[in-house]
Design a protein. Structure first.
Length: 469
């Protein structure tokens, strides 16, 4: 059972060091979040799984890592200067600002952005008697288009015309490097270019923990295909992405596919399908797959003056702009989904309830924790020796926890989702040993709660076996 309320996850994340409110000692900064030691591990593992699956284990995808600051012309070419906007209205009474289309959507259940022109928004709010959610009055300004890109100045002496933007998607860093990749890697269609990186949007309504923030991370692939191959590439990516989420533990019942209506499509897309997750507040977008056609490459040809065509290797006369299928993942949304999905409350045989994060073992922030039963010498020395040798011999994240009763420590490890715990006790060092316990440890499985006594010398093999299953 995944978490039924967001509060359960927010509180566990803070308590156990997954995610902290941003700038907390200064009273915070609204809707910013910092990943703590365990959250950073989890997020890095999500990114590693993504990169291994979609870049390293595929011969048709290469990676790159492009700059966040780009020539401002990029955003003219991409359409973000003109189209990446929301219709905003202000309440004249309390001065709060809202997305007019969202207010109408909540009241009427219609996609107002798609059916209304900007100058109709205020009239519609008045006609439908939509009051300010903050103060309850109805005194709206006319709607204004608000660009979602963050603008800043470049250089020591900022002048007019030095405006640059924080990128609102990682995709454009891929399109502007299309020619570089063609010339250096000489790939043949179909091929993809992938990158993971930060994106920034001045969202009007951030919220729901890390679901919608103004600074977030994306994992995107631009997959270039012959125009005749778009449909099959689209279907293949839809399947591959579904498999990635479900293969890492998201229950299929909590996912659904939703295709965008024509009115809802972004300015660059001719078809978009979202994979939605059933979040505690309802179904919402987890991932988007878009058919971008040759929109971006042709715009960049026009604005940069550079030819970006692909030459058919079998027919040098045949030059064309490939079409693009774009699987776009939100990294923070994926992490939030894995957290929600892992959250489990289980009743034990003795009637106690344990909270356990049932992460897929590839994602668990800590892989194995060594638990010495006592801080006394020579037991603690033996536990440290086991810890050091496992750190050297494996590439796993092996932790060491010595604080509190063993029961409390098991509960703590369950709450952070550690798949295996290894207890070093007096038997291990040959004291108080039952027949045959010397030089053995107890290994405990997070999910089955099964405990097994095994020789220290077999520990590495046993752990490796667990990761192979
Ligand atoms: N390049 C295409 C693109 O950016 P998008 O649907 O706007 O498409 C892709 O964004 C994904 O990025 C979304 O499915 C979501 O997971 C994530 N995302 C978008 N805006 C976000 C935000 N404000 N906070 C967190 N994640 C966001």
């Amino acid at each position: 059972m995944p978490a039924s309320s967001l509060d359960q996850i927010v509180s566990l994340c803070k308590r156990r060091g997954f995610v902290f409110p941003g700038s907390e000692i200064y009273g915070g900064l609204a809707n910013t979040w910092d990943y703590g030691p365990l959250g950073a591990e989890l997020k890095n593992k999500v990114k590693r799984e993504w990169w291994d699956t979609f870049v390293r284990s595929r011969s048709d995808v290469v990676g790159l890592d492009s700059a966040i600051f780009m020539n401002p012309k990029v955003w003219e070419a991409s359409g973000h200067i003109t189209s990446f906007t929301d219709p905003l209205v202000d309440c004249k009474s309390c001065k709060e600002r809202f997305r007019g289309d969202k207010l109408l959507e909540e009241k009427l259940g219609i996609d107002a952005a798609a059916v209304l022109k900007l100058d109709q928004v205020k009239a519609m709010l008045d006609a439908e008697e939509v009051n300010c959610p903050n103060c309850g009055k109805r005194d709206w300004t006319e709607a204004k288009q608000f660009n979602l890109m963050f603008k800043t100045k470049q250089g020591v002496v900022a002048n007019e015309g030095d405006d640059i933007f924080l990128r609102p998607e990682t995709a454009q860093g891929i399109f502007v490097n299309f020619l570089n990749v063609l010339q250096t890697q000489r790939p043949r269609l179909p091929f993809g270019i992938a990158q993971i990186g930060k994106a920034f949007r001045n969202e009007i309504t951030p919220g729901n923990f890390t679901f919608r923030t103004r600074e977030f991370e994306q994992m995107e692939i631009e997959y270039f295909v012959d125009p005749a191959e778009v449909d099959s590439a689209f279907d293949n990516w839809q399947k591959a992405v579904w498999q990635w989420y479900t293969g890492l533990g998201i229950d299929e019942e909590h996912l659904r596919i939703r295709e965008h209506s024509a009115e809802e499509l972004s300015h660059y897309s001719s078809k978009t399908v979202d994979i939605e997750y059933n979040f505690p507040w309802g179904w919402a977008e987890l991932f988007g797959l878009a058919s971008r056609g040759d929109f971006d490459l042709s715009q960049h040809e026009k604005f940069s003056g550079q030819e970006l065509k692909y030459t058919d290797p079998n027919d040098p006369e045949k030059k064309f702009l490939p079409h693009v299928v774009e699987p776009s993942f939100g990294c923070d949304r994926a992490v939030l989904t894995f957290l929600l999905e892992a959250y489990t409350e289980e009743e034990l045989e003795n009637g106690d309830v344990r909270t356990v994060m049932k992460f897929d073992k590839r994602l668990a922030p800590v892989d194995v924790t060594i638990l010495p039963l006592s801080k006394k010498e020579p037991l603690i020395e033996k536990a440290k020796e086991i810890h050091t040798s496992l750190l050297k011999e494996t590439r796993l994240n092996i932790d060491f926890d010595v604080t509190g009763s063993i029961g409390k420590r098991y509960r703590r490890q369950d709450e952070i989702g550690t798949p295996l715990c290894v207890t070093v006790d007096f038997g291990t060092i040959g004291e108080d040993a039952k027949q045959g316990d010397a030089d053995t440890v107890t290994i405990r499985d997070r999910d089955t709660l099964k405990q097994e006594r095994i020789p220290v010398g077999k520990l590495r093999e046993k752990i490796a076996e667990h990761w192979k299953q």
